[in-house]
Design a protein around this ligand. Structure first.
Ligand code: NAP
Length: 502
């Protein structure tokens, strides 16, 4: 446990809606931030008449230039505070206040907490230390929120935690945006007073904000401390990844002091140098392992101290384990792919398998199938690009133009293209029922949606199927085994990922 608080930010146009959101926030919040700037101007008077909660309310009237909705006019903003708050129209003992750094002449009132805040949505200014000094001189707490475009941009604001601790001051440091999400998850464990949360997904009041429920149930932010083992997914993008849900469920089920975080990383070299390698790192985080995804599966290899045979043969690493500061690379895509297939089909020796696509996942599939003794044929839309794969693994290569009887001689069809995946490909299928009715099994690596169009086509002609979720769960379980040496709580991991998918 740490001493940090979760502050749920509520934002509504009318006083009634605001009160309704306050009620909903009370279950998960330690403090509720009432964004007065969200209210229509006429509603502000009304809101003051009945703003109340069993939790402390943090009043904020954020101007547009600081990312809010209030007019920037300084005098108007001062007037609001003086007339409605400081003049005693509210019981200030039950309130916290957040004043922006430009509201210099407001007196500190006798309420529990006064926060002074600074927001920069364009990046991180050079003089962060100076800003911190200025804010903390006139308040109980300094809140500094800056935009991070890449994860390394978040280092400067994070380092203010050490400064605040050494000066015995309170700080809320936030790196905004997907790349700064980790600061919202780990802040409390490292001494931040609060972390801000959205009332629920879709109600975020700042970029990168996480819902209160996820902060509590998934990331368990109030249970973390400086000794917590940190795992995470390195990729770009990572916001849709199910790995944080699967792995955090596993850590929770095993009662481990560990957390799994989405790390959106553009520049992997900088991340490894400034966050991970003992000799060069600028932040002290207790990293123990990573999942690695697009586009870093190959690029991570040069940073490893060792790599296992499977990852080496495939030429891609999706799992890193850190032991005594040394990075060990593995690939669990291959075993994760083959396990459900073997369970469903049986012995794969001599099975004829057609693989659609020739990208990263296809490499893992081809490697795993060859190891089982299967006969593999890769169908690719770009033969030139796929030639290396075919030559390296000594498999047949054909152009991705499939007639109705082209697959008559095959036992298994595997789709490794993104066709059918949620988003722009969702309504597509690489093949239709008439093209696959002769095979014995269709395996689609796409896991979102749970049932793709290709799987529906297969079912319509009675062909058994395996969806990508089975591989996702199996490769995740294999990662857990590598990191902890113990069997994964597969049921809990799958249930957590499925909940997120549905
Ligand atoms: P990738 O490296 O980008 O490879 C994608 C392959 O699909 C490439 O060969 C590409 O051809 C081909 N392709 C792309 N769009 C196509 C289209 N419109 N028509 C025909 N072929 C097309 O991606 P990946 O890492 O292999 O991932 C591929 C899929 O597998 C994704 O949907 C991913 O989510 C899924 N996957 C699932 C799991 C799991 O655990 N279930 C694990 C890994 C991957 P070009 O080379 O010509 O571009």
């Amino acid at each position: 446990m740490n001493n940090g608080k979760i502050c749920v930010s509520v934002c509504a146009e009318t006083a009634e809606e605001m009160l309704e959101q306050i009620r909903r926030a009370e279950d998960s919040a330690d403090v509720i931030e009432v964004r007065l700037d969200c209210l229509q101007p006429k509603q502000i008077h009304k809101a003051f008449a009945f703003l109340a909660s069993k939790k402390p309310l943090l009043l904020t009237y954020r101007p547009k230039k600081q990312g809010g909705k209030a007019e920037d006019d300084l005098n108007n903003r001062k007037l609001l505070w003086i007339v409605f708050v400081l003049n005693g129209s509210l019981d200030t003992k039950k309130l916290w206040f957040d004043y922006e750094e430009d509201l210099t002449n407001l007196q500190k009132v006798s309420n529990p907490v006064t926060i002074r805040s600074y927001h920069d949505f364009s990046g991180t200014p050079e003089n962060l230390s100076e800003i911190f000094g200025h804010l903390s001189a006139k308040s109980d707490v300094a809140k500094i929120a800056v935009q991070a475009d890449d994860i390394s941009d978040s280092i400067a604001v994070w380092k203010l935690l050490e400064k605040a601790q050494s000066e015995n001051k309170q700080i809320i440091p936030i790196a905004m945006g997907e790349a700064g999400k980790w600061t919202r998850i780990l802040g409390l464990a490292h001494g931040a007073l609060m972390t801000y949360a959205a009332l629920n997904a879709g109600n975020e009041t700042a970029p990168g904000q996480i819902s209160a429920q996820d902060l509590i149930d998934i990331y368990r932010v109030k249970e973390l401390n400086e000794q917590t083992e940190i795992y995470g997914i390195l990729g770009n993008p990572v916001s849709h990844s199910l790995s944080p849900f699967m792995h955090n469920a596993a850590f929770k089920a095993r009662n481990m002091n560990a957390v799994f975080i989405p790390f959106e990383i553009k520049n992997l070299d900088e991340f490894i140098k400034r966050f991970v390698k003992k000799e060069t790192r600028e932040v002290k985080l207790n990293f123990k392992g990573f999942s690695v995804t697009i586009p870093h599966k190959q690029a991570i290899i040069k940073h490893l101290d060792s790599i296992d045979e499977t990852a080496k043969r495939i030429g891609a690493v999706n799992t890193v384990k850190i032991v005594d500061g040394k990075l060990q690379g593995f690939n669990t895509d291959a075993p994760g792919f083959i396990e459900p297939l073997r369970n469903s089909y049986g012995d794969l020796c001599g099975a004829k398998v057609a693989i659609l696509g020739s990208g990263g996942a296809a490499r893992a599939c081809v490697y795993a199938l060859k190891k089982e003794g299967a006969n593999v044929c890769v169908y690719a839309r770009n033969l030139e690009k796929a030639e290396n794969l075919a030559a390296e693994f000594e498999v047949e290569l054909r152009e991705l133009v499939i007639t109705n009887d082209a697959l008559r001689d095959f036992d298994i069809l595997v789709n490794t293209t993104p066709l059918g995946m949620k988003g722009r490909f969702e309504m597509e299928t690489p093949l239709r029922a008439a093209q696959i009715e002769s095979v014995k099994l269709v395996y689609d690596l796409v896991y979102n949606p749970f049932e793709t169009r290709l799987l529906k086509e297969a079912k319509s002609v009675g062909v058994p199927t395996i969806g990508g979720f089975a591989m996702l769960a199996a490769q995740g379980a294999a990662q857990f085994k590598i990191w902890t040496g113990e069997a994964a709580p597969v049921k809990e991991m799958s249930a957590a990922a499925l909940r997120k998918l549905s």
